[in-house]
Structure formats: structure tokens, C-alpha cells
Design a protein. Sequence first.
Length: 398
Amino acid sequence: MKKIFIIHSNMEIGGAETSLLGLLKSIDYKNYEVDLLLLNPVGELMDIIPKQVRILREYSEYRNLLLPIKDVIKNKKIRIVIGRLRGKLKANRENKKLNNTGDLCYLTKEYSHKYAIKSLPNIKGKYDLGISFIDPHYILEKKVEAKVKLGWLHTDFSRINVNKEEDIKMWDGCDYIVSVSDSCKNSFDEKYPQLRDKSIVIENILPLEYVEKQSNAIDVSNEILKKNDVINICSIGRFSNQKNFDNVPNIAKQIIDQGYKIRWFIIGYGADEELIKRKIKEENVIANVIVLGKKDNPYPYLKTCDIYVQPSRYEGKAVTVREAQMLNKPVVITNFATSDSQLKNGIDGIIVPMDNEGCAKGIISIINDVNLRNKLIFGTKENDYSNKSEIDKIYNLI
């Protein structure tokens, strides 16, 4: 019996979490034992983790990497507090020095883990395979004994502020660096050519049966009214700069000004919520762009809508797009750098320009053309988006 160790942050609803669930549901538990360490073992997907998985709850100290600093102080974990504050200060200082304007989240998290890791316990046991399903990967590198170590990346690294020298040291602790698409791998390889030999692709494994079952679990017709002359649009994701939801009100306004009746539902949560709501008021589309917030089960809303739109500024491989295709929805995505790996343009979705005017025109084209919508729906029915066979790549690495 081979032993696998997996580490992730939590099991709240999100693309990486759904992909992890798909991976866990695909493993052959007759031949493999799986230990799962969640830094904070909470979230809507906790109850759906296969019963064969052993969740390592004895390492509760790792929660202090995610908790607010004030709570870590209350827990009297002063060395972790010092490590995290040191990491935050270094990220801010480095960002200012390089005159970067992008998201500091990656750098802050990387340095915080690096400096706090010494204060955390080693993971007991020996494993045939260790998987760090979300960056940074210091825990897998420093605290886990495994014959083979995989570090996952879920995004387009050409869009992230990094310290290459520090990154290379971190990634060097992995035997393989896993990208979720060829486009993501190419971006990573271009940024870190010295790590190219470790770089591989394993597509997201998605739980088709779970998505279909959840999409029928509740009736949301009281929230999303079906009217013949109104097109219902849905977008799902974290309220962050990456997802570009702050531009949805302007895109919607341009569509409405062309005489089309739409209601655009945004599902998710995050730091940009107030920004999105302010933009809705500024564009005077309060009745047309509806922020539904976080939903324990977003799939009935996705199934009820007519079109799914992913207006992101950048992506690795958006799991929500795959879920929309699983539910046979016409999909619209913006022309982010890795968009060509997400769908076949004109076959099972369409790619539209990133700018608001071009995006609006692209959405209008699919609203106008019923035949195109039907073609895209048919295209989704011709594909298997679960990628279950990807599990064999993991087996082959052990």
C-alpha cells in the first residue's frame, strides 16, 4: 500500500478546492492511503471529502499561518507572529523597491511561510508521494518526508510579482512542478528556465457527478427569474483584481445601452466586494447587476443562467469555466494570456476582447445568435471535462 500526503489551505468553495476534491475522489483507495493536512480544516466541501482520506487534525498549530495576526497573538504563538510580520515587511519593502503595482498576496504569503516554518512541528510518517496543492511549498519541503514531492501551481505566473531567486530556492525542494495547463507551464518555464526539467502538466481533475448532483439540489427560481426577453448571465469567483468583476457594471451598462435586457449575477466573496458595489451604483445598473455573495452551493445558480461569463484579467485554468461547460452552458471568457487552453473558440465557448467595449460586443454577439449558443451547448456535450485519466500521471510519478 503506497502512502500519499497532501497539504492545502482549507475546503471552502473555490477552484483549487474543487480540483482537490476531484483528485481525492479519483484515487484508488485499494492501493493508496491518503493523509490530508488542511491548514484550517473548514469549508463547505469538508463533508464531501471521501471517507477513506485521513484528515490530520493533530497539527492545529498550522492554522496560525492563516489566522489574523491578532488571533495568533492571542494563541501566544509569538515566534509565528514574528515570522509572519517579518514576511509582510519584506514583501512590502521589496515591492516598493521594485516599484511594482500588482497584488502583494503571493510575496507576503511566501515570505511569511518561509520565516514562520521553523516554529511549526514536523509531520510524522514517511510517504511515497507528497503533494503541496497550493503555494508556497515550504511545508512540503521542510516538514514532510516523502520520496517524491510535487508542488502545484494554479495560475499564470507571468502576472504575479515574485522574487525569482527566492522562488527558485523554494521550488528546488520539489521533484516536480505541476501546472494545470500547457499555457501555465509555458509561462512558468519562460520565467524560470532553470526549472524547466521539473515542469510538468496535470490538468484539473473535476468531480462531474458531484457538480451535476449539486446543480439539482435546490430551486433558485425565486432569485433568478426566467423571462423570455431577459438573458440571465452568471459569473463566479473571488472578488479580487484577477477576476475583473469591478468592470462588470460598465460592461453590463454598454450591453443595456444597446437595447438588451440582461441580469448579471455575481457569486463569490473577497476584498473587492465594496468596489464592485460602488461601480454598480456609479453605472446605475442596480437592477441589472446583482451581487449574490458567497453561496454554499453555487451550481443551481450556474445551471439556471443562460450564459456563463469569465471576465478575468488573468487565469491559470478557471475551474468555474469547466463547471459551466459540465452543465452545458454557453461560455464567454476574456482573452487572458492562457485563454486558448481554457476552451476551443467557437466550439465549446467563445473568447472575447479584454477591454470593456470589446467584451460587451462579444457578449451581445452570443445573445443575438441563438444558433451559436446552441452550437456551444452541443460542443460541451461532446467533451469529457472531468479529466479522470490525469490521475494516472500521478500514479506514474510514485
